[in-house]
Ligand binder design. Structure first.
Ligand code: SF4
Length: 386
């Protein structure tokens, strides 16, 4: 059985029914609503957006209950977890575009890195493409994903007369502008990030070839040989490990003392908060599950953070069906979080699957409450108002 429980160990351990949108838990699982919920702001935002359907999967098949006495399991839910403001906005962009233009709307790249979200939007009429040449000449809009795109992408779309809508997260756009400003001031830019990630491809593509160099890890710095005649600057991908990035930036400053850069780094609030929550929970549990896609950078980092914090079993899973139950059979405490692109319904599915096998109690460990939100792109705001 699932039951809510108040703080008993630390002030930041809060009753799950008060803090995790237990209306959604109750609605989806048939579990009783235990207390009057003071739903936190980030949950309220998600539930009031058009994305509400992503918190309720009508096709969800309940996991069969395991019969016999069930062993006890305490689940510590990390908070914040799951959708960030940039992901909520990107999904809203697709849904609003579908409402305004009708299906199909084309989306270049996965709008956010989560197959469940992508499949849900596909069912509503979104068509996902890798490149613009897969989009036919038509009046249907093309949406650019939350990760951002190189400058050539909107230029090519304009040349073809395509209607485009940019769902790039404003915090990624901020990094684009930083790189541009450094370039305009004559600085060579070092981008700390992971090769091949769409955000890195997009940020590299803000500047002419040869003006920006990718730095993937600290070992590369010794051999870095940027143009001697230019000043230097650094920017970062938004979804990196806080600790790794700190060390890389320290090494860059040590090798290039005059290098310019942001006050701290460009890692976004959502990545930071989710990693801090995992750091809080990981040392207290026997295992920790991150709900998210394997191609989601911030989800991968959460699993790594848990591992480095000493958690003996860490897994990144998209759905409950991926859980290797043998690995979890002897645990008594489980940490649970979700990457910034993973909807809460998938967290609930995981709890549901554990509740079928264990006598589950759920507490939430909250390091902060988020209240960030981003407005829709102007063209969707004005269309929506008509
Ligand atoms: S993880 Fe951060 S940068 Fe990426 S979409 Fe979310 S808020 Fe924006």
């Amino acid at each position: 059985m699932l039951r809510g429980r108040g703080s008993r160990r630390a002030p930041n351990v809060l009753c799950v029914a008060q803090r995790t949108g237990s209306l959604a838990l109750s609605r989806l699982s048939g579990w009783p609503l235990l207390t009057d919920p003071a739903t936190p702001l980030h949950i309220r935002e998600i539930m009031s957006a058009d994305t509400i359907n992503l918190t309720a999967d009508p096709n969800r098949v309940p996991h069969p209950a395991v019969t016999g006495d069930k062993p006890p399991l305490e689940i510590l839910l990390c908070a914040p977890r799951g959708f960030c403001a940039g992901v909520v906005r990107a999904i809203d962009v697709v849904e609003r575009a579908l409402a305004i233009y009708g299906a199909p709307v084309y989306v270049r790249h996965e709008i956010v890195h989560n197959k469940y979200v992508v499949e849900t939007l596909k069912r509503k009429g979104a068509v996902f493409v890798r490149e613009l040449d897969e989009v036919p000449d038509s009046n249907a809009p093309v949406i650019f994903s939350a990760h951002g795109v190189a400058k050539t992408v909107p230029q090519n779309a304009d040349a073809r007369g395509l209607t485009t809508i940019d769902a790039t997260c404003p915090l990624v756009t901020k990094v684009h502008r930083e790189a541009e400003i450094h370039h305009k001031r004559g600085r060579h830019v070092l981008l700390v990030g992971h090769s091949g990630h769409p955000e890195v491809v997009g940020t590299m593509g803000q500047l002419p070839k040869g003006s920006i160099t990718l730095v993937e890890d600290i070992d590369q710095i010794e051999a870095l040989n940027p143009p001697a005649e230019q000043a230097l600057a650094w920017v970062t991908q938004t979804t990196l490990s806080i600790d790794d990035t700190k060390h890389i930036v320290e090494a860059l400053k040590a090798k290039f003392p005059a290098i310019h850069g942001p006050h701290k780094d460009d890692i976004c609030y959502a990545t930071t908060n989710r990693q801090e929550a995992v750091k809080e929970v990981a040392p207290r549990v026997d295992a920790l599950i991150v709900v998210g896609s394997s191609n989601s950078s911030n989800s991968q980092r959460l699993r790594e953070v848990a591992e480095r914090a000493g958690c003996p079993i860490t897994r990144l899973v998209l759905r409950a069906e991926e859980i290797d139950w043998d690995a979890f059979k002897d645990i008594r405490r489980l940490g649970l979080t979700a990457g910034a692109s993973a909807p809460e319904v998938l967290v609930e599915e995981i709890i549901d699957a554990f509740a079928a096998r264990f006598d589950v109690t759920v507490d939430q460990v909250s390091v902060t409450v988020e209240d960030m939100s981003f407005p829709l792109p102007r063209e969707l705001r004005s269309e929506a108002a008509e």
